[in-house]
Design a protein around this ligand. Structure first.
Ligand code: GUN
Length: 281
């Protein structure tokens, strides 16, 4: 059987450490979360972030704007949060409603408060391997999970499936920084099963339920499943499944579960970034 690498447990350990850091500060840090529109999944994610912030003693302030908000109003809010010395981290939940340009909005966040790590300055810092930037939460969570089971990354073959700015691209850069040999793939990649069969590490972040089958995975591989896919389940609520057909992967060395794997780590890393942003000021 593959070892199940529980992100929920590691996230609680990280929260414990962050709680100690917050308690040692003169005043708790403040995270501003901006949610535009009524995407149901976004509402669920934001509510999880708020509860996690409360658990470690970070103050979170939610700014909910209607879907019809125009971009100028949103940019004005971000400007005010940038200028507010009482705000240490700013997160604009994605996706934004149609018609709003996410890049213009993310560019407006002060890089030092950009706890998602999506601002071009932070993306640039990550791509040059420099220190001091804020790193996107989901790929950071993936690396902390891998650190639990990988002693030496040098020369390992890592395959990232997915090329998003939020997960795939930054995950590839982080693995490269650890001296892995990284192949970045996506759903249009030809011969994807064969490429995966060569991997020591697979990070699956394509957003396609059960894309990675058991016969894509070599014995002893380490699998990080970033997928959160809702699929209809007969006579019940939709089921959440990952990008990997986990039940076919007993021959892997390690696999992260869905749910309870990467998801809770994303939130723990958001809290860590918020504390880092507050303490670097
Ligand atoms: N939507 C899906 N994932 C994320 C994330 O990590 N940050 C933000 N802001 N929005 C998201």
């Amino acid at each position: 059987m593959a070892q199940v690498l529980r992100g929920d447990l590691l996230a609680r350990e990280i929260e414990e450490e962050l709680r100690g850091r917050v308690a040692a500060m003169e005043a708790p840090p403040t995270l501003a979360v901006v949610l535009v529109g009524d995407d149901p999944a976004s509402h669920i994610y934001v509510s999880r972030k708020r509860k996690a912030a409360a658990r470690v003693g970070i103050t979170s302030i939610e700014h909910r704007l209607p879907a019809a908000t125009d971009e100028a109003q949103l940019l004005a809010l971000i400007g005010a949060l940038n200028d507010d010395p009482g705000v240490h981290g700013i997160l604009v939940q994605l996706p934004l409603p149609a018609g709003m340009a996410a890049d213009r909005v993310l560019d407006a966040i002060a890089p030092g408060k950009d706890v998602d790590g999506f601002h071009p300055v932070n993306v640039g810092r990550l791509s040059t391997g420099g220190q001091g930037g804020l790193v996107p939460c989901t790929p950071l969570g993936c690396m902390l999970l891998l650190d639990q089971v990988v002693e030496d990354f040098r020369g390992l073959k890592a395959v990232v499936i997915g090329k998003s700015n939020i997960v795939g691209k930054p995950a590839a850069l982080l693995l490269l920084e650890r001296e892995c040999t990284v192949t970045v793939t996506h759903i249009h990649t030809r011969g994807l099963p064969e490429i995966c069969r060569g991997a020591d590490i697979i990070i699956a972040a394509a957003g396609v339920a059960h894309l990675v089958r058991g016969d894509w995975v070599k014995p002893g591989a380490i699998i990080i499943d970033v997928g959160i896919n809702r699929i209809p389940a007969p006579d019940s609520r939709p089921m959440i499944v990952g990008d990997v057909a986990a039940e076919e992967c007993d021959h892997a060395a390690v696999i992260t579960p869905v749910p309870g794997g990467v998801g809770p780590m994303t939130i723990a890393c958001l809290l860590r970034n918020t504390l880092d942003a507050a303490q670097r000021r």
